[in-house]
Design a protein around this ligand. Structure first.
Ligand code: MN
Length: 237
């Protein structure tokens, strides 16, 4: 549910391998200008879907692309990566991040809602505030907020995409144990996220499936089946 296919060193090769393996990929973008080129990676594959995004970490450099965002939104079925980042190095651009995020949520709301892959690093409370009254399906990717923020997110109907990097931390496992099983999907956040020092490939979301099967205390097959049900549920909703 969250991978930067266009940012791998050899994106076409990675996309080909996804097609060969039958991997489902939500291929998120970080700027509206990347939309067209990234869509090319999903050619000939129903299982790779491109999401239109504007990443909060570069919002201050790319806010001029909001006009392009608006122009492309009618043809985009998925939106992401969007959100807020209150972490060091980004907090100083908070005002422009907030403007960009609000603009996008407003546009999505007017367009009748979208599945949205959302970044909420050090900003979960603010992200949840902004989601109020917005039509669409928010998927919080790699959630790192507090337990009470997590409970609030669950209460307002958020979904969660979890990957190997999140599940490799004690806190990540603790949070995932609280999330209802029918709101969880897998991701990798490759090539940014790493596992044992290597950049994660899209199909390595399987590592997350293995860890989830331990947390849920059930077979890997059952976990795959549950996640497939969740995937069907979110994409048909
Ligand atoms: Mn990402």
């Amino acid at each position: 549910m969250h991978c930067h296919l266009d940012l791998y060193p050899e994106p076409f090769k990675v996309a080909e391998e996804c097609k060969r393996r039958g991997t489902y990929v939500l291929s998120v973008t970080t700027t509206p200008k990347a939309w067209e080129g990234t869509c090319r990676l999903s050619k000939d594959s129903q299982r790779i879907r491109t999401a239109l995004g504007l990443h909060p970490q570069i919002a201050h450099q790319r806010y001029q692309e909001l006009e392009l965002f608006d122009a492309l939104l009618p043809e985009a079925k998925y939106v992401g990566e969007i959100g807020l980042d209150g972490g060091s190095g980004f907090k100083n651009h908070w005002d422009v991040q907030l403007k960009v995020f609000r603009h996008i949520l407003n546009a999505v709301n007017h367009a009748g809602g979208r599945i949205m892959s959302i970044h909420s690093r050090a900003s979960a409370a603010a992200v949840l505030d902004e989601l109020k009254g917005i039509d669409g399906t928010p998927v919080l990717h790699w959630f790192t907020g507090t337990k009470s923020q997590l409970k609030r997110a669950i209460d307002i109907g958020c979904w969660f995409s979890v990957g190997p990097a999140m599940l490799n931390t004690k806190k990540g496992v603790e949070l995932v144990s609280i999330i209802p099983r029918d709101r969880i999907l897998t991701e990798t956040d490759g090539p940014f996220a790493k596992h044992r020092g290597n950049m994660l490939m899209p199909w390595e979301s399987d590592i997350a499936v293995n860890i989830l099967s331990e947390i849920w205390n059930q077979s890997i097959e059952q976990t795959h089946a549950d996640l497939r049900d969740n995937f069907r549920s979110i994409t048909s909703g």
